[in-house]
Design a protein around this ligand. Sequence first.
Ligand SMILES: [Zn+2]
Length: 129
Amino acid sequence: MTNTHPTESPTKFDEQFVTKKMYFVEKFLPPDCPKCRQSFKEEGKDWVRLLGDILDGKKSGRVTEGYQIMVCKHCENLTAQFLLDNYTISDKEEAVRLCREEGYVNLKELEAFGTSAVDTHTIYVKTKI
Ligand SMILES: [Zn+2]
């Protein structure tokens, strides 16, 4: 007895809507809370952004100039967060390595659509002059 599932043949049109997992890591200052000294490692757990530009699961894609305000989840201190750079890459092991060896934090899994699923490195502030 053969199992006959209807076979779906992907078309070019469908490929544009295929989502791909991407991994995001970032680097910013300060690396820990100036008041209680807790490390800022994971957004939502260690800090939240005051402006709320990330709404539950929906990224608005808005980028604020220069800095954002972070609220420490441990002591509620307000701190200006200066973004240095971030990576959005498809290689999870590389994202993990960047966190482990190069001081990046806040590893997040993202879903990217078709042509937007490309590795990017965004530099906000050059750390070497
Ligand atoms: Zn704190």
